[in-house]
Design a protein around this ligand. Structure first.
Ligand code: NAD
Length: 368
């Protein structure tokens, strides 16, 4: 057979496979995920969550540690052919059991593996932060578009009932006209050798890792996009943990309505908090964005009334996120937290760093 014609036929077969995948995706045929990176999050948090899913299942693992990968595969009854190393990851193209690749690697590896996954014809769910630069985020979006595959970012709070209820209350005017949102996120970093504290792998310090929750909160609680940001940093560079990345960073977002987003992140204190203040009252979450144990209050002067939201459609926020991606992949829909959403955050993150560095306000709306 003429090679060009064979390519056309293979292309047609791939297309018909893609459309049959769409038709077949249901609770009877949950979509298959490959988890890339068997660390604390991928292995410890995500893999156990497939038991809570209706539309998603574990289909493959990708790891740099063959013994660990073999054990995880055996524990989950995956065949040997569904174990990949980072090196031979691109072979995943030939595995019809894998519909979605979930990237749970250090931040600086997100772009490479998301792009390789899209080029292998797979949908991608990528952990936060989406990547370590705007340019990388744009390349990831372009690769997914070119492959006609979905790209979603692991912003799990959009599937977490307390955060969803807080957003609903804010939009419904429960606090009146919004004046400001405060949000602080952090933990106390330990081992100075951890990848989170190495710039080449993390892309930055507490802002990349935890500040992104504060930034997301300011955006989803106000429902607005910031027009300017002013930031400053406080880092003890003599501390061996902070030779390469920032410890504490504080930034103020200006929103078009006049509301302010007052945000912080740090690697030297434990914080997990969102507070929205309006002319009529307040909406407060603490802990706000953890894996579980959220608490939500509304009040006029303080934490007057605790709110228990109705349970979400999924058993957990993690299962909700996995199943949302599976349904988007199956139906050709864009995820509620798509690559574009990750890119919006990365543009703001770059502006926050620039503001702290240059000691001035950075406009985000293109005005001088
Ligand atoms: P981790 O260190 O526990 O796991 C990282 C994995 O990447 C490990 O399996 C490690 O072996 C592998 N790896 C491959 N190359 C590596 C290299 N050069 N250096 C270090 N590790 C390498 O990290 P984690 O906590 O699982 O974080 C992974 C990603 O998940 C990060 O992007 C992080 O921001 C994100 N995360 C998200 C949440 C959330 O709630 N959404 C929570 C934790 C982590």
């Amino acid at each position: 057979m003429n090679l060009a014609r064979r390519d056309v036929m293979l292309g047609a077969a791939a297309l018909s496979l893609a459309s049959s995948t769409r038709v077949l995706a249901s609770e009877d045929r949950p979509l298959g995920y490959a988890i890339v990176g068997l660390g604390n999050y991928g292995l410890g948090r995500i893999i156990p969550e497939f038991a809570n899913c209706r539309h998603s299942r574990l289909a493959a693992v990708v790891s740099g540690d063959p013994a660990k990968a073999a054990k995880v595969a055996a524990d989950h009854k995956l065949p040997k052919r569904s174990i990949y190393a980072y090196r031979d990851f691109d072979r995943i193209r030939d595995n019809p059991e894998v519909d979605i690749v979930y990237v749970c690697l250090p931040n600086a590896m997100h772009a490479e593996f998301s792009i390789r996954a899209a080029q292998a014809g797979k949908h991608v769910l990528c952990e936060k932060p989406m990547a370590i630069s705007v340019a990388e985020c744009e390349a990831m979006i372009a690769a997914s578009r070119k492959a006609d595959r979905q790209l979603m970012i692991g912003y799990r709070c959009h599937f977490e009932p307390y955060n969803l209820e807080a957003m609903r209350l804010a939009r419904s005017g429960a606090a009146g006209k919004i004046r400001y949102v405060r949000s602080e996120h952090g933990f106390v970093a330990g081992d100075p050798e951890a990848w989170r504290l190495k710039r080449a792998l993390s892309g930055g310090g507490s802002l990349m890792d935890m500040g992104i929750y504060s930034l997301q909160a300011a955006r989803y609680m106000t429902g607005e996009e910031p027009v300017a940001v002013t930031a400053r940093e406080s880092t003890d560079r003599r501390d061996p943990r902070f030779r390469e990345v920032e410890d504490m960073i504080d930034w103020t977002l200006e929103f078009p309505s006049g509301a302010l987003g007052s945000c912080q992140s740090m690697y030297s204190a434990s914080q997990n908090h969102i507070l929205l203040m309006g002319e009529k009252g307040r909406i407060e979450l603490e802990p706000a964005t953890g894996y579980s144990g959220q608490k939500l209050w509304v009040g006029s002067n303080g934490r007057d009334r605790a709110v228990t939201p109705p349970p979400g459609p999924a058993k957990t926020q993690f299962a909700g996120q996995l199943d949302h991606m599976a349904q988007c992949a199956a139906n050709g829909r864009t995820a509620i937290v798509s690559g574009e959403e990750g890119l919006r955050d990365m543009r703001i993150i770059e502006a926050i760093y620039r503001s702290a560095r240059e000691g001035r306000t950075i406009r985000l709306d293109g005005r001088a």
